[in-house]
Design a protein around this ligand. Structure first.
Ligand code: FCB
Length: 442
């Protein structure tokens, strides 16, 4: 199959359903000499952290090639482009705007506007300025206030160019992968750190929502959360308990405070030293109303009980993508319906979904039928959730083009466009043509 097939009457085939492509600053921009260092620069410079020993100094050289990249985006016929702003590019050490960096994004935003492409702007997709990490990073409550100041300045500078602001992308990854498992920057390891970092990130989200609502009341302002739904390895009650605990720890931990103003009950079961320092009023700030929720979905996880760790993730069964993530689209529908039942939510946008595949460029073409199959199944999973009453307004493919896949370096390709990193030539993959075809059918 080389096409995406949705049921004929699907609202996802109506013109008010938004389709887009997504990227993030550190993963594509390069242009590292034109900004302050960030935690990912430092992490890349640390031996054995990145699978191929690479870094983000050049990446897709979008810093130079942004104009042609926007033409590429336009060629898909998408309604929207989700990009992120590099905080260390736009704010200098003393906390003021760096006009050169701001101008880079103004150029992009103006060009998108001229082409009638809605800009979904993420303020934090993991590239924390290194000088803030040197002061404790997300373990320091002050960082949340620095983020609020950045959000305040940048939203004033961007004016009416932005359709939607996302405060944070996937605070789970920043907090857990960065400050607990240590597999992402800044590489800190320890259970006593993860939830503290998470709390300051969520506080940063709430503080930024305050200024975005004030400066940019007509923009859709919200947060992007990632979910890896947790399934039990068996029907045994202890495995079910393990999966529920993991779900609270990894998933509900980030959504419940935003929409219910509370952390999951397991908070009180965590050792005191692992618990965050919650000050009076924090949860009211964190649960500031949002205009939408961004949901990122790639895969599910299966857990069994473990005496010491409470839960243990077993190896995912086949089929899997090239990054080892199980392909299980049913979990996407189940996630969306269960979020809808559990919380009172604003409209949802699928802000990321996609697959790493072992792409080969042959005679100038990439025939990624496996990725087409992944997208087709997941688009239909979204359709099924809408049919079951979930209010979903749009879908973004991750990613526009192959890019720096964090700890995997350039080894894993998620793009619907192939990037030759030697020549920086971009080649639209078969999945890209399928996406374009779907969009044009509306
Ligand atoms: C998400 C990230 C995104 C990309 C995809 C594959 O967790 O937000 O930057 O790396 O995974």
């Amino acid at each position: 199959m080389s096409k995406f097939l949705l049921p004929e009457n699907s609202v996802m085939l109506s013109s008010d359903f938004i389709y887009g492509v997504a990227t993030a600053s550190f993963q594509i921009e390069g242009g590292a000499n034109n900004r302050l260092p960030c935690i990912w620069d430092t992490f890349c410079d640390t031996p054995n952290k990145i699978a191929d020993g690479s870094n983000g100094k050049i990446a897709c050289d979008h810093y130079t090639l942004w104009q042609q990249d926007i033409e590429l985006i336009e060629s898909f016929g998408v309604d929207a482009y989700r990009l992120s702003i590099s905080w260390p590019r736009v704010i200098n050490k003393s906390g003021e705007l760096n006009q050169e960096g701001v101008n880079f994004y103004l150029g992009i935003l103006d060009k998108l506007k001229a082409k009638n492409i809605k800009a979904f702007v993420t303020l934090y997709h993991w590239d924390l300025p290194q000088h803030l990490e040197d002061n404790g990073g997300w373990l320091n409550r002050e960082t949340a206030y620095r983020f609020q100041e950045y959000a305040d300045l940048i939203s004033q500078a961007f004016g009416d160019r932005v359709y939607s602001y996302v405060t944070l992308n996937e605070p789970f990854c920043s907090a857990y992968l960065g400050y607990e498992a240590g597999i992402h920057a800044p590489g800190i390891v320890g259970k006593e750190y993860g939830k503290k970092a998470a709390h300051h990130l969520l506080l940063a989200h709430g503080l930024a929502m305050q200024v975005l609502t004030k400066n940019s009341p007509d923009t859709l302002n919200g947060i992007v959360l990632n979910f890896t739904p947790c399934y039990p390895a068996s029907n045994k009650s202890e495995d079910k308990f393990a999966a529920e605990f993991a779900d609270d720890y990894f998933n509900q931990w980030y959504i419940k405070p935003v929409f219910d103003g509370q952390y999951p009950e397991i908070l009180s079961q965590l050792p005191k030293e692992h618990q965050p320092d919650i000050l009076e009023g924090d949860l009211a700030i964190i649960s500031h109303p949002t205009d939408f929720l961004g949901v990122n979905f790639y895969t599910r996880a299966i857990y069994r009980a473990d005496e010491q760790e409470i839960f243990f993730q077993i190896d995912p069964p086949e089929p899997r993508t090239d990054i080892g993530w199980e392909i299980y689209p049913q979990a996407f529908t189940e996630l969306l319906t269960s979020l809808n039942e559990t919380y009172t939510l604003p409209p949802i946008y699928i802000t990321e979904n996609g697959a790493a595949m072992d792409d080969k460029i042959i005679d100038g073409a990439v025939n990624d039928l496996d990725r087409i199959d992944y997208y087709n199944k997941h688009l239909n999973a979204v359709h099924n959730a809408i049919e079951q009453g979930v209010n979903i307004k749009g879908y973004f493919a991750w990613s526009l083009m192959d890019n720096f896949e964090w700890a995997e370096g350039y080894l894993k390709r998620f793009g619907i466009v192939y990037v030759d990193y030697e020549t920086q030539v971009r080649t639209i993959k078969a999945s890209g043509y399928a996406y374009k075809n779907l969009i044009s059918q509306r």
